[in-house]
Write a protein of this length. Structure first.
Length: 580
């Protein structure tokens, strides 16, 4: 190979990982965990709102695509000011979704299909319509300090009370709201209708533990714990520092949240929740109970959320990967995450959810298959948001159709699941008032059409899940990866080679340039829809140039398992010198 050729194919190589786990593989280590947004998933009674019976009617879909567990966004009783993330009764089902019998039937249907069920737990705050908050306002029934209350710092010239500090709400404005009945401010890190519970009060901690026990009693297999970094605060009278040069200075993102995020008490509370799961596992259950933690925070703070039976979601593919990300950046991201894992911790990968633009919108629809290759085949638990398996994208929602109180609005990624080409994409028979309008793309992008078409995003997703389960017995988090020309990312899992082109241009190279011990030839296993020049079962010489189409990916089967890097560091350094 010429010096120019070496220069073009210059790659960064790394063996990533933390210590592998030992022992049996648990259900939560396999995947995928499939997130359901209940209100827009499936409507069984024609009222325009998705419900529990609608979810139950699609258990066969979960089975066909190989789902290991479903996680449902909140289904508890709620005024729905924030689509269920404002809970008024943690031990009751919201009537819009059904009742307790419907829930028990859903649990049974899922368990009969060999699928676990996880609920969305929102411990940071309740609804301001919760009886707990009403009692706290009125200082009765022992609820006086179940929420965070503070006196006014003072009064302005018009005798209006001034909040105790400069803390801001994620939804905009002050994090403090004055209550005329109690004559104090209450804290709400989210909406004014979502008062923060006070976890300095052990009664609050114990009550939330009772909530966990209650739902475990109905056969729930685990929880996704919402908004965890905000559970506890400290120094309620202190201002948070303003980040130098950030404008406007009173914006949430312009404060350094040293008092309102990732406090030591938060980790202690989470460990108490995990202890409830541990007790269940030790005394009552043949199936391991776990909790996944939602924590949009730094890598170091995220790693602290790994405890016994607790795993923080890894959002790096959501927050740090976009259309401009190249393969070198992607490799660095995966490396930093895997290397930061505590000993014995198990990774996971999230590429979308109900709070962020869908991967097909964020990355472009041409990368849908390649991104699913990454999330399903990197070592760890894959998490799929409903609709990602068919390549759904965000939809335009008019202001008069908004359901979400947040800015920016999150409704575009919450549109109805696209089942078929009938009314409302098969989500609901309601003609006048569906939860949200279906994305017009449902004429082409839907489960029924993609089930009857080969290949399709859905058929590729199913194949990737099957491969994920084949690889599941390995609990090693070690990963061998390589980068070619800054845009091609490749990695090995056992005998499989996964290659993704993140560039918007074709990339031509020979697979042996990766310096993996993959033999003289490989076989095409799973090509993305836009890998038009690769056919399943084609044999490819590793010494011959291949052309990878823009933003496409291919899974190859190699001749050897547990492939490893063969080039010594000295040879890599020599190659670098040759290219200079």
């Amino acid at each position: 190979m010429s010096a120019a050729g070496v220069s073009r194919l210059l790659r960064a190589m790394a063996v990533l990982g933390a210590a592998g786990l030992s022992g049996a593989v648990e259900w939560w280590q396999i995947g995928p965990v499939y997130q359901i947004y209940p209100a827009s998933f499936a409507d069984s009674d024609g009222d325009g709102i998705g419900d529990l019976n609608g979810i139950a009617s699609h258990v066969d879909h979960f089975s066909k695509i190989g789902v290991e567990a479903v996680w449902m966004s909140p289904i508890f009783d709620s005024p729905m000011m924030d689509n269920g993330y404002d809970i008024s009764n943690y031990m009751a089902i919201n009537p819009m979704f059904g009742n307790l019998t419907d829930f028990q039937n859903l649990v049974s249907a899922l368990h009969n299909a060999g699928i676990k069920i996880m609920l969305d737990l929102v411990p940071n705050h309740s609804s301001n319509e919760s009886q707990w908050f009403i009692d706290s306002v009125n200082q009765v029934n022992g609820k006086d300090d179940w929420y965070v209350w503070m006196n006014a710092k003072g009064y302005d010239s018009l005798d209006n009370p001034l909040p105790p500090n400069n803390w801001r709400s994620l939804f905009g404005g002050s994090a403090w709201t004055w209550n005329e009945v109690r004559k104090q401010f209450y804290l709400h890190q989210f909406g004014v209708f979502q008062p923060d519970l006070n976890y300095n009060n052990t009664d609050v901690v114990n009550q939330m533990k009772e909530v966990i026990k209650y739902w475990l009693g109905f056969g729930v297999d685990g929880f996704r714990v919402d908004a965890v970094p905000f559970i506890a605060e400290t120094n309620y009278s202190f201002n948070e520092p303003i980040i130098e040069g950030c404008e406007p200075a009173d914006a949430y993102g312009c404060l350094d949240h040293i008092y309102t995020m990732d406090q030591d008490l938060t980790y202690e509370v989470l460990e108490q929740f995990a202890a409830v799961l541990q007790e269940q596992n030790s005394n009552y259950s043949s199936s391991v109970k776990v909790q996944f933690v939602e924590a949009y925070t730094t890598v170091n703070a995220t790693m602290r959320y790994y405890t016994n039976h607790s795993s923080p979601f890894n959002f790096l593919m959501v927050t740090s990967v976009d259309r401009n990300t190249n393969a070198t950046e992607l490799q660095n991201l995966t490396q930093s995450y895997l290397e930061a894992l505590p000993e014995g911790a198990w990774p996971n990968w999230v590429i979308g959810n109900h709070d962020n633009p869908r991967v097909g919108t964020r990355m472009g629809s041409d990368l849908i298959d390649a991104m699913n290759m990454l999330v399903l085949l990197l070592p760890g638990t894959p998490v799929t948001y409903n609709g990602e398996e068919i390549g759904m994208t965000d939809s335009f929602i008019r202001v008069d159709q908004y359901r979400d109180p947040n800015t920016p609005n999150r409704d575009p990624e919450r549109t109805p699941m696209q089942w078929n080409i009938s009314l409302n994409a098969g989500f609901s028979t309601n003609v006048t008032d569906p939860y949200l309008p279906a994305n017009p793309s449902y004429w082409q992008v839907n489960v029924a059409s993609e089930t009857s078409t080969e290949p399709s995003h859905l058929s590729i997703y199913k194949q990737l899940v099957a491969l994920n389960k084949e690889l599941a017995p390995s609990t090693s988090t070690n990963l061998t990866s390589a980068v070619l020309d800054d845009w091609v990312f490749a990695f090995l899992r056992d005998k499989y080679l996964i290659v993704v082109n993140l560039n918007d241009q074709v990339e031509t190279f020979a697979l042996n340039a990766l310096n993996f011990s993959i033999g003289d030839s490989v076989t095409v296993k799973i090509p993305s829809l836009n890998s038009l020049n690769f056919k399943v079962s084609d044999s490819i010489l590793t010494s011959s140039n291949i052309t990878l189409y823009p933003r496409s990916g291919v899974v190859f089967s190699t001749m050897s398992s547990a492939a490893a890097v063969t080039a010594p560091i000295s040879l890599l350094l020599a190659s670098v010198c040759l290219s200079l």
